[in-house]
Design a protein around this ligand. Sequence first.
Ligand code: ZN
Length: 124
Amino acid sequence: MADPGPLTCLVCAQTWPARTPRCTCGYDFETRSPAFAIERLGREARHGNRIWRRGLVAFLLLPVAFFAVGSWPTAVMVALVQLICSVWWTVQGLIKADRANHRLDEARKLAQLPAARVIIRAKP
Ligand SMILES: [Zn+2]
């Protein structure tokens, strides 16, 4: 860690200048601990899941809102806005959850590494 070269995050592969204490994903360069990243990415994945579920619910409620609105042009406009929102939420939520889950896998792999190092060091 003493060499002044740029740092590459082991969780999300983003590059940072030397001596950056922590990546935006939560990986700690100083302690090499992915613990905070695991916690953060877990939250991010759950948030993504909530967004795409919201999109799905909005899509399923499309006919309800459509027939609840009395006048014809207003109903079409409301339905259109609802459709755009539902598709947007579903796509964004799925992308967010997928990206967070991939990084979470990387972070969890890193969490298992220090234990392996200790075992190797313990052998004479
Ligand atoms: Zn990172």
